[in-house]
Write a protein that binds this ligand. Structure first.
Ligand code: HAM
Length: 418
């Protein structure tokens, strides 16, 4: 679990603002749900899912209730949907941390943040395309290009039953060739064997039956519609019939955006799919479909680093106030500047002029406003350019804000703020 310090945190703020702008432009509203839910909420994600079975931070609270810190966001959002019954289609976006007691490795953490978007209450395949397009557009707005889109379909209940039967038979026949974990996964959920990254399992996985051969005509037509939508929007994709993803609640569309810039096994910059049974399982109306994705902020920023895009925005203030009067001038001057929309910081602890000047230089500000006892007595302040031509000028105290504003604007032309 990592601390996020400035200036890196500025990048987080900018990333979240970019996502919010994209989501809200597409009609999604921000929804915030608790970090802690009753354990049962997460059990609905699927008891054979790793994040539920062995990675959950669960505990008994002081009232004897079994609780858990969320390993993912979708279950809590669907619990909220079932409770509040908002009008459908419900388009929700959210952001926040998730906790998984995984073996930490490159790009895999015990606390990770996701931005997430969901559309609930419509079965329209266009909704699947909309969420994919949202994530794709967001990645592109950050400047990411070295990644691709992989899609698959798990079909409907009938598809699943037929495919699971065939897959289980096949994997049982090849049980001896699987790794120990592969055999364990087979006992819990044969589909998840396809998700194995272990080299020993790969030949079996490669030869296993493929879900796309088992799609019912309805499920196949639905998958075609999703692909048509992606083509209509010019979003390139590849089909990977072995994409199953780590969570049990999916049916029909599945998708993931692997990064080609991060050299870690954990390279998904986001993924999701359709989960038509989850809403009902969490207390919502029967037959309510949903589709959405989660995208990991830490991983997206790693990919931005690897691609050299989306740098941390500058965090410096424009003005630094130096007050050697021992009074409240620094407070008053900073407040006036900030009220006018000009960013300003100041020295503390009544330090010497020299030490406050050093602090001003370190701050990266363009202009220092200096108020000493003489200036205070004559109702003036001294302005000094900290870059550019280094000019200095004494101005009337009441003209301070206006003069600073002029300096900053004209300074753009004279190199003051470059
Ligand atoms: P997930 O694939 O488990 O799906 O996580 C979504 C994204 O979160 C991943 O693609 C990855 O970018 C990031 N992520 C997951 N685990 C970690 C980790 N340990 N460290 C760093 N980043 C991580 C879900 O959570 C589903 N709720 C997505 C969804 C929403 N499906 C439908 N709606």
């Amino acid at each position: 679990m990592a601390d996020v310090m400035a200036p890196q945190s500025q990048r987080w703020a900018a990333l979240i603002a970019t996502f919010a702008a994209h989501a809200e432009r597409a009609g999604f509203g921000l929804v915030l749900t608790p970090l802690i839910e009753h354990l049962e909420v997460f059990l609905r994600v699927g008891e054979s899912t790793d994040i539920v079975r062995k990675e959950m931070y669960d505990f008994e609270d002081k009232g004897g209730r079994r609780m858990a810190v969320r390993p993912e966001i979708t279950a809590g959002l669907m619990r909220a949907f079932g409770e509040h019954r908002p009008p459908v289609p419900w388009k929700a976006w959210t952001v926040g941390p998730n906790f998984r007691y995984e073996a930490p490795q490159a790009a895999r953490y015990r606390q990770h943040f996701q931005v997430d978007a969901e559309i609930v209450g419509t079965d329209d395949p266009d909704a699947d395309v909309e969420v994919i397009a949202l994530l794709d557009g967001f990645h592109r707005a950050l400047g990411l290009s070295q990644r691709s889109l992989v899609v698959n379909s798990l079909g409907d209940d009938e598809t699943r039953a037929a495919y699971l039967g065939a897959l289980t038979t096949f994997l049982d026949q090849h049980r001896a060739d699987l790794s120990e974990q592969g055999r364990e996964t087979l006992g819990l959920n044969p589909l998840r064997v396809l998700d194995s990254k272990r080299p020993q399992d790969q030949p079996v996985v490669a030869a296993a039956p493929q879900v796309l051969d088992f799609l019912t005509p309805d499920a196949a037509a639905r998958f075609d519609r999703v692909q048509e939508g992606l083509k209509a929007l010019g979003i390139p994709y590849e089909i990977d019939a072995r994409l199953v993803r780590g969570l049990d609640y999916y049916n029909h569309t599945l998708f993931e955006f692997p990064s080609h810039a991060i050299m870690a096994t954990q390279n998904a910059l986001g993924g999701g799919g359709r989960y038509n049974g989850l809403v009902e399982a969490l207390g919502g109306p029967a037959g309510t479909g949903g589709v959405g994705f989660g995208a990991g902020i830490e991983r997206i920023l790693l990919a931005c680093d690897a691609e050299g895009v989306f740098p941390a925005p500058s965090q410096r203030v424009r003005v630094f106030v130096i007050d050697t009067t021992g009074g409240s001038e620094a407070l008053a001057v900073s407040a006036e500047l900030r009220a006018d929309g000009i960013s300003a910081d100041r020295g503390f602890d009544q330090r010497s002029m020299k030490s406050q000047m050093k602090a001003a230089d370190r701050s990266g500000a363009d202009v220092a406003v200096i108020v000493g006892p003489d200036e205070l007595a004559s109702g003036v302040v001294t302005l000094r350019a900290l870059r550019g031509d280094g000019r200095q000028e004494t101005v009337a105290r009441r003209e301070l804000v206006e003069t600073v504003r002029t300096w900053l604007v004209t300074g753009l032309m004279t190199g003051l703020s470059t």
